[in-house]
Design a protein around this ligand. Structure first.
Ligand SMILES: C[S@@+](CC[C@H](N)C(=O)[O-])C[C@H]1O[C@@H](n2cnc3c(N)ncnc32)[C@H](O)[C@@H]1O
Ligand SMILES: [Zn+2]
Length: 289
C-alpha cells in the first residue's frame, strides 16, 4: 500500500530501508521517514512542537477518565461517524495523526481486521504516536507531509481521516478507492467564543466548514454528510491555557498576560472561578464518486 512520495512506485523493504525501483530510499529508524529531502512547499511548517505534543498527549490521557461532555463528546461523535464506514480489512489513513490518539481509539472500537496508517510531519508527535499505538499491530505511523504527494498507491484507501490538520484534496482523491470516504473534523466557529473574545491575540476557529460540502462537490466528491455539535464545558483558567498551548494559539498566547485575563473572565462567569465555554465541532464527509 505504501508508495514512494517522489515517484509513486511501490515501496518494499531492502537492507533495513524502504526503497522503490527508482532507487529512492527511506529510513525506517528511529521512525519510518517518508519525507523526501529538498525544498518544502511554501506553507509547510515543521508541524507541532515537542511542547505541544507533550501537552496534547497529557490532555488526551485525562480525557479517558471524563464523561461525555464538551470536546470528549465531540471526539466520540467523530468516532461514531467513522466506525460505520469501516469494513473488515479496510485501510484507514489519518492525515496529521498527531499523538495517534484517534487511531488508538478507533482500533479499540473496531475489533475486526483493519490497517491504519498515521502520517505526521512532527517527530515529537510521531514519538507520541508510536507510544500510543505500540500495542496496536494494525497501525503503521510514518513521517510525511500531507501538503505533498502522499506516500500511498492510487485507490487503496477506504477511509481518509483529517482532523485539524492540512491536506491536498487531489491527493486525498487519488489515494481513495471509489466509494471511499473522506472524513474531515474541525472546530466550529463558536468554539470557546467567550474565551477568544477575551483574548483577541489568539487565532479563532475559522468560519463553518459547511461550505466545504460545495468545495467537495466541485472537487468531484459526492458530498454525503455534514454534522455540527454544540455544547458547553466547564474549564479552569489554567486548563484553558494548557489547551490553547497545545494548538496554533501557542504562538500567540502569553501566560503572564493571558492567565489573569482568563481568571477575570472566569470570575465574571461564576463565583467559583470556572469558565463555562461553548464547544462547537463539525464533521464533513465526502464520498469519492
Ligand atoms: C492540531 S494537531 C491535530 C492532531 C490530530 N489530527 C487530532 O485530531 O488530534 C495538527 C497535527 O498536524 C500536523 N501537521 C501540521 N502540518 C503538517 C504537514 N504538512 N504534514 C503532516 N502533518 C502536519 C502537526 O504536527 C500536528 O500533529
Ligand atoms: Zn521513488
Amino acid at each position: 500500500m505504501l508508495a514512494c512520495p517522489r515517484c509513486g512506485l511501490p515501496l518494499a523493504s531492502r537492507d533495513g530501508l524502504l526503497a522503490c525501483d527508482n532507487g529512492h530510499t527511506y529510513p525506517t529508524r528511529p521512525h519510518l521517514d517518508l519525507l523526501p529531502p529538498g525544498k518544502r512547499p511554501p506553507n509547510e511548517g515543521p508541524g507541532d512542537t515537542a511542547e505541544m505534543a507533550r501537552r496534547r498527549a497529557a490532555w488526551e490521557r485525562r480525557l479517558d477518565g471524563e464523561t461525555g461532555v464538551g470536546e470528549r463528546a465531540a471526539l466520540e461523535r467523530y468516532l461514531d461517524t467513522i466506525v460505520p464506514r469501516l469494513r473488515p480489512g479496510a485501510l484507514v489513513l489519518d492525515l496529521g495523526c498527531g499523538t495517534g490518539d484517534v487511531l488508538r481509539r478507533l482500533g479499540a472500537r473496531y475489533a475486526q481486521p483493519l490497517s491504519m496508517v498515521g502520517l505526521d510531519i512532527s517527530p515529537p508527535m510521531l514519538d507520541a504516536a508510536y507510544r500510543a499505538l505500540r500495542r496496536e499491530p494494525r497501525a503503521v505511523v510514518a513521517r510525511a507531509s500531507t501538503r505533498r504527494r502522499l506516500p500511498l498507491r492510487d485507490g487503496v484507501v477506504d477511509v481518509v481521516l483529517r482532523r485539524l490538520a492540512p491536506a491536498l484534496p487531489d491527493e486525498v482523491s487519488r489515494v481513495l478507492k471509489p466509494g471511499g470516504a473522506y472524513i474531515m473534523a474541525s472546530f466550529g466557529p463558536a468554539r470557546w467564543r467567550e474565551l477568544y473574545d477575551a483574548l483577541p491575540e489568539a487565532p479563532r476557529p475559522k468560519a463553518s466548514r459547511e461550505p466545504a460540502l460545495d468545495t467537495l462537490l466541485a472537487q468531484g466528491f459526492a458530498a454525503a454528510e455534514y454534522h455540527a455539535w454544540r455544547g458547553s464545558e466547564l474549564v479552569t483558567p489554567l486548563e484553558a491555557l494548557d489547551r490553547l498551548l497545545m494548538g496554533p494559539a501557542a504562538f500567540h498566547v502569553d501566560q503572564g498576560r493571558d492567565l489573569p485575563r482568563l481568571q477575570d473572565l472566569a470570575l465574571e462567569m461564576s463565583e467559583d472561578g470556572v469558565l463555562r465555554l461553548t464547544t462547537d465541532a463539525e464533521v464533513t464527509v465526502g464520498v469519492k464518486g
